[in-house]
Design a protein around this ligand. Structure first.
Ligand code: VNL
Length: 186
């Protein structure tokens, strides 16, 4: 008799859920030093360095952009050393992973990590987004600024990592551009 079997699929606390593997594979990421950015073709670079909302940019290339939630919830620690160095230490982090689709075709994998300390006041709304694109919230905020964008490649696909500040409270976004996205169009 497996004594732990009753735990399968059930949660330990009402705000704690069972986590699946990250939507972004653990395959190694090759981060490009900024000197190498000039070797990227102009069109691709304009996507990777997009400063506005990716959702809005995508909307120029399809009829509708939709969010398919993959998983959302609080996690107690960050596994990836890479990500850990980008955020201050926190008791908990809000994790949101989604697939962003253009006309129902997956175009982007999005992973957002938010230290609990960032979720104060109005910014607590970040935990209630569900199918609302994150950008709809972030880019209407006047208190939003971006610290950096890192560009990289994983399994031959482009990705980027951006750290934002909402009223000086950090959050980390990772976006993997899938092959069907207009990023790869020639
Ligand atoms: C979301 C939408 C996330 C678009 C993204 O990157 C993005 C989201 C992290 O709704 O969570 O580019």
């Amino acid at each position: 008799m497996d004594h732990d079997s009753h735990k399968l699929g059930s949660s330990t606390r009402d705000d704690e859920i069972m986590f699946r593997k990250s939507i972004i594979t653990p395959a190694p990421i090759h981060w490009l030093p900024s000197e190498e950015h000039e070797s990227i073709n102009e069109s691709t670079l304009s996507w990777l360095m997009e400063l506005g909302s990716m959702t809005r940019r995508f909307e120029q290339y399809c009829q509708k952009v939709t969010v398919m939630p993959y998983q959302e919830g609080f996690i107690d620690f960050i596994e990836s050393a890479d990500e850990k160095t980008c955020l201050p230490k926190s008791q908990r982090y809000w994790l949101r992973e989604v697939v962003l689709c253009g006309d129902d075709i997956p175009w982007l994998l999005g992973r957002t990590l938010v230290p609990e300390e960032t979720l104060t006041g109005e910014d607590r709304k970040l935990v209630n987004l569900r199918t609302v694109p994150l950008g709809r919230y972030l880019f209407q905020e006047t208190t939003l600024s971006r610290d950096f964008i890192h560009i990289g490649q994983q399994n031959g696909y482009w990705l980027r990592r951006s750290r934002f500040q909402l009223s000086d409270k950090p959050l980390l976004l990772t976006e993997v551009f899938l092959p069907a996205s207009p990023v790869y169009e020639k």
